[in-house]
Design a protein around this ligand. Sequence first.
Ligand code: 13P
Length: 241
Amino acid sequence: MKKKTFIIANWKMNLSLSDSSNFLKKICKFKMPLGNLFEIVICPQFLLIPNLSKLLGSIVKLGAQDCHYATSGAFTGDSSIKLLKYFKCKYVIAGHSERRILHKESNIEIKKKVTLISSEGLTPILCVGELLNERKKKLHKQKIISQLQESIPTNLKNIIIAYEPIWSIGTGTIPSVYEITEVTEIIFNFLRKYRNHTKFHIIYGGSVDSKNFKLILEIKNMSGALIGGASLHIKEFKKII
Ligand code: 13P
C-alpha cells in the first residue's frame, strides 16, 4: 500500500482574516490527482481558526500551532484543545522550536501536550531538531534522541514527528539528503524499538519550497513536510502540492 504524504502549512503569526479566507477557498478548489494519498493541513494562528473552520472542504484539514496541556483552568493567554476540537482541528503542533526557545517550553511540558492531543483524538505533530552549534559539535543525534525519549509518551496511538533543524528554519539552507536521512533513521529506529505500539509518520521542516520538496520526499521513510514561509504564497504552495 502506498504511504500517505503530508503537506502541512505552518502559517505562524501571518495572514489577515481576508487573506487567509481567500487562500483556503483557493486550495479547496484544487484538483488533487492522487486524492486521499495526500493530506493537506493548514495550521493558522488561533484567531483565524473559527473563520477558517467554516470554509473547510474535503481536501484540506485544519491544525493548530500549539495548545495547553490542561483542558481548562487558570492559564492566561493559552488556548484549550476542547475549543480546537470544536473548530474542527485534527492536528496540533507541539514543541515547535520557536515555542521551545521563545516560550521556554521543556520536553516535560511538550510530552504533556502530546499526551492530551492524542487522548482527545487529534494527531500531535511533534517537532524535534538541533541548533547549528549542536550540529557543528556533532551533538545532534544525542539532542534528537533525548527530545524523542522525553516528549513521546509510551502508549501513544499515533504521532507525526517533524524533523526541523533550527538552523534551517527560515534561512534558505537545508541539510543534505545524507544529513536528513541520518536523523530520519534515528527517529524511525527509536519509534520501532521503544514505542512499537505507536503509528507514526516522519516529515521534514526547514526552508522547504517547490524546488526542494520532491528531493526531500524521495528520502527513505519520509512522509512529507512542515512548511513555513513557502506555505504563505498560494502560487508556491500550489506548486508544492
Ligand atoms: P520555513 O519553511 O519558513 O523555514 O519554516 C519551517 C518551519 O518552522 C515550519 O514549522
